[in-house]
Ligand binder design. Structure first.
Ligand SMILES: [Zn+2]
Ligand SMILES: [Zn+2]
Length: 281
């Protein structure tokens, strides 16, 4: 196994396909040494997408029980959460306090527009209409606002993991929102990454868009990965797994991209008390 760990995974408690025990068993068969769950935490405005308060309590109860009775040969388990940049402050504070670690992610552009939350990875028709009407079709203006939302949250919350940094690429080409090769877009993304660096989080190379067939490459782009290495940042590999078959999806490709960007080490979730262990790439 190229990289025997994954800190960004979803189970049936939110929008994943599998129950936690099935994910853990899959991780064991992959030879994982550690496995972190990062269920979608409540944000306070899009209940269909996140765990309810009751589900979140059940999620932690199940994970804490499993953590309390570790079995030989099974990966070390971590009970994390994926917390959105726009999550309401009271929920956010409680979730950061309860979770072993947080993946800090920006999905939404706004909580409510025409009665619907608008996400860069949500309903494509809604996103297209939002960009047309709010930004007069200017996808770069939308990208600028997206990165502002993301960077502000990262600097405010300082999550241990920076989730899918350029998630807005998901529908960039299919909806012709912007050209990710456009120097103006690349400058926006690079500048946002530099602004986010002081948050201290570990940047994930996230193959989730590949596993689900949206993108041929991971988040973030190789250019951003190079910039992160030049800044002195650290990385981990994840598959934003929603299906246990994809627990280690495209990890060899992600590791190769990291090496090409100049990284020689990568962080994986720890096997003991420490959250991270550094390993050679
Ligand atoms: Zn996400
Ligand atoms: Zn996720």
């Amino acid at each position: 196994m190229t990289f025997p760990s994954n800190a960004h995974t979803h189970s049936r408690w939110c929008d994943g396909a599998d129950a936690i025990p099935a994910m853990v068993e899959a991780a064991r068969t992959f030879g994982f040494v550690s496995l972190g769950f990062s269920g979608h935490a409540r944000q306070g405005f899009d209940p269909d997408y996140s765990m309810s308060a009751d589900a979140q309590a059940g999620y932690f109860a199940e994970l804490r029980t499993l953590q309390g009775a570790p079995e030989p040969g099974f990966p070390r388990l971590w009970a994390g959460l994926e917390v959105d940049a726009l999550a309401h402050e009271d929920l956010r504070r409680a979730d950061y306090a309860e979770a072993d670690y947080v993946v800090g992610s920006a999905h939404y552009l706004c909580e409510s527009w025409e009665g619907m939350p608008v996400a860069v990875d949500g309903d494509p028709a809604l996103l297209r209409r939002y960009v047309d009407e709010v930004y007069h079709g200017d996808g770069l203006a939308m990208a600028s606002d997206y990165f502002d939302i993301e960077v502000q949250a990262l600097l405010r919350d300082r999550p241990p993991i920076i989730g899918h940094f350029d998630l807005l690429r998901k529908y960039a080409a299919p909806l012709s929102l912007f050209d990710e090769a456009d120097p103006a877009y690349r400058r926006l993304a690079l500048c946002a990454l530099e602004r986010a660096f002081p948050c201290g989080g570990v940047l994930e190379i996230n193959t989730g868009g590949m596993a689900r067939g949206y993108l041929p490459t991971p988040y973030p782009t190789p250019e951003l990965l190079c910039a992160w290495r030049e800044l002195g940042g650290q990385i981990t590999l994840t598959s934003d797994c929603h299906d246990r078959r994809y627990l280690a999806h495209a990890f060899p490709e992600a590791a190769a991209l990291a090496r090409q960007a100049g990284f020689r080490t990568v962080l994986r979730l720890g096997t003991g008390e420490a959250l991270w262990e550094e390993t050679a790439l």
